[in-house]
Design a protein around this ligand. Structure first.
Ligand SMILES: Cc1cc2nc3c(=O)[nH]c(=O)nc-3n(C[C@H](O)[C@H](O)[C@H](O)COP(=O)(O)OP(=O)(O)OC[C@H]3O[C@@H](n4cnc5c(N)ncnc54)[C@H](O)[C@@H]3O)c2cc1C
Length: 398
């Protein structure tokens, strides 16, 4: 294993930094750094800037408009983006449904959907989870019944992230209830504007509207919107999940959050001295920093193995569990560092229309909402308990 960067990779890092200096709009990175709310337009502007540079579709092969980058370049790119305060791109179109369409879709589907994903015409959301089908995804109940050249879809999806902005949803639907659960599922692309689709907001613990319920009532979907074969959607579903968990270690984001934590700890005081000099706080900070360094090393080992032709397996479950635990620990320390300033729930101060005096220093307002929001990290993308089961079975052989 060689985890030192080559001269060519270091030159690439410099190129990414140059691009971010001019290409990342300053108002957007200010919002990301300040923990403030991003609008639909902010996401679309960053999407467009990356697309214009040809650096949007980092997981796609070149012939479809992707970068064709290997895992090391993708890792460098992620790290530099997080350090510069770039938002994460909305993954559902570019990083999730597109790889499925490229691998399993028809030529017509590729011609139609891929350019629309790149230029931002379509905003996709993910219709996997249902009440009763989360960890046990194969038990989806939303039904699709063939009627001539359409499927008629009835059911409910839930936790649909940013579904309020989306015009397209990719769904797992049951097309055969008489066989083993995994064998009767199909992968359908559904227009959110079709009659019978209703989106209802779910407001989470942090006071934000990020997720939704989606109801499908007699929705007519053309058969050409089926990806792959009928009843073989489980193969597409699993393939997509390998992309959903890509980069889930979040090392770049954790490093940026740790830098922020240190800056806050330098400004806060305890007993007349900067908090960062407090022995108990320093010990906690050191623990989380060491954990993060170990995670980064593990991440680099996985990246190096993949670069050498391997496939990330159960290691990605370790990255997911440790990555999310570390990011939650950093948010927790941030809240502790700010002390009483972390108590007010200043959710309204995160919007651009807020013009009152926020309570406490400028970094205080996002702390409580962010702390609550980060609870989600250990749940989505496959909960940490499920990842631990995978590690127990596949790595420890239990
Ligand atoms: C903020 C957020 C955004 C999301 N966005 C989307 C989205 O856009 N699209 C989408 O389709 N889904 C989305 N999800 C859904 C997410 O994938 C599911 O919440 C997740 O898979 C867990 O499923 P569940 O909520 O049904 O919990 P359950 O499966 O009911 O699990 C409840 C608890 O029991 C544990 N558990 C379950 N089975 C086992 C087991 N065998 N062994 C040990 N422990 C177990 C779980 O780990 C969990 O702690 C989102 C979720 C969140 C929180």
């Amino acid at each position: 294993m060689d985890i030192t960067y080559t001269a060519e990779e270091q030159a690439f890092r410099a190129e990414v930094r140059d691009f971010l200096r001019d290409g990342l709009p300053g108002d957007i990175s200010d919002k990301v750094r300040g923990g403030r709310r991003l609008t639909r337009d902010d996401h679309l502007r960053w999407h467009a800037a990356l697309n214009a540079r040809g650096w949007l579709a980092v997981h796609w092969p070149k012939e479809h408009g992707g970068t064709g980058w290997g895992p090391v370049r993708r890792h460098i790119f992620d790290e530099e983006c997080a350090a510069a305060g770039a938002p994460q791109i909305i993954p559902f179109g570019v990083n999730m449904v597109a790889p499925v369409i490229i691998k399993f879709g028809t030529e017509e589907q590729k011609r139609h959907y891929l350019p629309r994903i790149l230029d931002g015409t379509d905003w996709w959301c993910q219709g996997y989870s249902e009440p009763g089908a989360g960890s046990d995804l194969a038990s989806v109940k939303t039904r699709a019944v063939r009627d001539g050249d359409h499927y008629v879809v009835n059911g409910q999806k839930t936790w649909t992230t940013l579904g309020q902005h989306a015009n397209m949803i990719f769904c797992l639907v049951r097309t055969d209830a008489s066989v083993k659960p995994q064998e009767g599922i199909s992968f359908l692309l559904i227009d959110m504007d079709a009659p019978g689709v209703t989106v209802r907001p779910i407001v989470t613990l942090d006071g934000e509207h990020e997720v939704n319920e989606v109801f499908l009532d007699e929705v007519r979907v053309p058969v050409e919107n089926l990806v792959g074969q009928e009843n073989k959607g489980w193969t597409c579903a699993k393939y997509l999940l390998t992309y959903e968990r890509t980069g889930i270690a979040g090392v770049g984001m954790a490093k940026a959050a740790l830098r922020h934590l240190k800056a806050v700890a330098r400004r806060q005081e305890r007993c007349g001295r900067p908090l960062i000099e407090d022995p108990i706080f320093r010990r906690r900070l050191a623990e989380v920093e060491i954990d993060l360094m170990a995670l980064e090393m593990t991440n680099l080992r996985v990246v190096a193995a993949v670069q050498g032709g391997g496939v990330p397996g159960a290691e990605s479950s370790i990255l997911k569990v440790r990555g999310t635990e570390i990011r939650q620990a950093i948010t927790d320390l941030l809240r502790r560092a700010a002390g009483p300033y972390a108590l007010p729930f200043q959710h309204e101060a995160l919007g651009s229309g807020f013009n009152e005096e926020p309570v406490g220093p400028d970094y205080a307002a996002p702390l409580a909402p962010q702390y609550f929001n980060r609870r989600k990290l250990s749940i989505y993308g496959g909960s940490n308990e499920i990842q631990k089961n995978i590690v127990a079975k596949m790595i420890l052989g239990l």
